[in-house]
Design a protein around this ligand. Structure first.
Ligand SMILES: [Zn+2]
Length: 206
């Protein structure tokens, strides 16, 4: 029986997605900030017609970026404190939801996204309305540009604290920005990457 290539392609794509979702649902992956927030809306996230994933949006979604807690974890800051308000822990969620330094930007964000700034609510709002997506991207760009500039100033003031750039993201933009790439090949690459990481972890795990 002849099967249309397009039908085969769609079947492979669907199977890859199911496998990908299964992998993402593993407990260690769900604990990741972005995975936990996107999983309930995975299909909507992947099939969205618009909405690009920028580097700075990825930083806020994953928590891996210019945040005191992350910089402290990778050895580039002595403490996880927030340099912008003096708070104990500068995280992506602190930046998005709490830090008074970004009240003005947050006011604009809330007018498009609503008051609930939990990762899951933000993702749902982004998927529901294009203006919400743009408002989140705009918040991330505006605020992270300022945080990065402040970090560069701190590095200049104390070059010894420069150790390594936080370039390794557990979830890279390409994994989130699957709008144009989510073919079976993209999913397959993602599995291979997870497998490689798993083997590395397993080999250390004895
Ligand atoms: Zn703060």
């Amino acid at each position: 029986m002849d099967v249309e290539p397009e039908a085969l392609r769609q079947l492979a794509h669907r199977q890859a997605l199911i496998l990908w979702r299964t992998r993402l649902e593993e407990e260690k992956n769900v604990r990741q900030r972005a995975v936990g927030a996107i999983l309930p809306n995975l299909e909507a996230w992947l099939s969205r017609k618009s909405g690009s994933v920028t580097f700075r949006l990825t930083q806020v979604l994953t928590g891996h970026g210019c945040f005191g807690e992350y910089l402290c974890r990778i050895g580039r800051e002595a403490t996880p404190k927030c340099h912008h308000c003096g708070g104990d822990r500068d995280t992506a969620q602190h930046t998005l939801e709490e830090c008074p330094a970004w009240d003005q930007e947050r006011h604009l964000l809330i007018s498009h996204v609503g008051r609930d700034l939990s990762p899951a609510a933000v993702i749902a709002a982004m998927l529901a309305e294009d203006r919400a997506w743009k408002a989140v991207v705009s918040f991330c760009e505006t605020v992270l540009v300022k945080k990065e500039a402040a970090e560069r100033d701190r590095e200049r003031a104390n070059p010894a604290r420069r150790r390594q750039r936080p370039t390794v993201l557990e979830i890279e933009p390409t994994a989130l920005d699957s709008k144009s790439r989510i073919g079976a090949d993209c999913a397959r690459r993602q599995f291979k990457k997870i497998e490689r990481k798993k083997k590395k972890t397993d080999s250390l795990d004895y």
